[in-house]
Write a protein that binds this ligand. Structure first.
Ligand SMILES: C[S@@+](CC[C@H](N)C(=O)[O-])C[C@H]1O[C@@H](n2cnc3c(N)ncnc32)[C@H](O)[C@@H]1O
Length: 245
């Protein structure tokens, strides 16, 4: 279902594995509301609103079934817990610099049947990342919070953590059109008291290329006054198999 407030422009997504049943925004919101129903305080409501302004309903379809995933800047774990609820992943590691968000992610994950396969850690993207290589590395709405001096390193380090043949899902707020970019800037100024710094998608693609990743598909969507864009990068398979999570 697509309302006039949600406009999608997705290219080449058909080449990716699909759930067969696509989630709608209300489906995603209902799921997230259920996942966080036992959480106290404002963070519960913040998570419940995320599916209305972030296209999780579409992003979950980019994750191949049975994947291991590393979610960078995972917040309170909404992407990982949705994927776990959809039985789309076999294991997950999420990390974020925000301690209270990680505490909520751990609390929620503990209620899942596959809780032993889900790990959340407090650490910053500039610090050492969790060990291992993963079928999927995701960076969702994090880059604009990172110091621009570290933008290229985030992509380079993400590339090092992708298993051969695996993917990087990079999604962030679009820097154009300007009115939408400014709407999001004001959102972050009011909600987290931060002036954010957009990374241009062309720059992200350039850093990914330098790290031997190929841009396989791109998409964009407007949700309310926010514009999102994403790119799926693949790390080529090599002849020698590598140890993965
Ligand atoms: C808009 S939230 C997105 C959270 C999550 N990816 C999601 O989509 O719900 C941005 C997150 O990035 C985290 N973050 C910002 N700078 C970071 C950094 N340098 N290292 C790790 N996480 C960071 C924040 O703590 C916050 O949880």
């Amino acid at each position: 279902m697509q309302s006039s407030l949600v406009r999608t422009d997705v290219t080449q997504v058909d080449s990716l594995q699909s759930t067969g049943h696509r989630l709608t925004v209300p489906d995603a919101a209902k799921m997230v509301g259920e996942i966080y129903s036992g959480v106290a305080g404002a963070i519960k409501y913040k998570q419940s609103l995320r599916p209305y302004i972030c296209p999780f309903h579409t992003l979950v379809d980019l994750v191949p079934r049975g994947s291991s995933i590393l979610d960078v800047g995972c917040g309170a774990g909404v992407f990982i817990t949705m994927l776990a609820r959809l039985e789309r992943i076999r294991s997950a590691v999420g990390f974020d610099s925000d301690g209270p968000a990680i505490a909520v992610a751990k609390q929620v994950a503990a209620t899942f049947p596959m809780s032993e396969q889900i790990h959340f850690e407090q650490r910053a993207a500039q610090d050492k990342w969790p060990d291992g290589r993963f079928d999927v590395v995701s960076v969702i709405d994090v880059m604009h919070h990172v110091d621009p001096l570290n933008h290229a390193d985030v992509i380079g380090t993400a590339a090092e953590h992708i298993a051969d043949g695996g993917i990087l899902i990079y999604k962030d707020m679009a820097s154009r059109p300007l009115w939408r970019a400014w709407a999001n800037r004001l959102h972050d100024r009011l909600s987290v008291q931060e002036w954010i710094n957009y990374a241009k998608m062309d720059d992200v693609i350039g850093w990914a290329r330098a790290a031997n990743l190929q841009c396989e598909s791109r998409g964009a969507i407007n949700m309310l006054w926010y514009r999102h864009e994403w790119c799926v990068f693949r790390r080529p398979s090599t002849a020698a198999p590598s140890a993965t999570h």
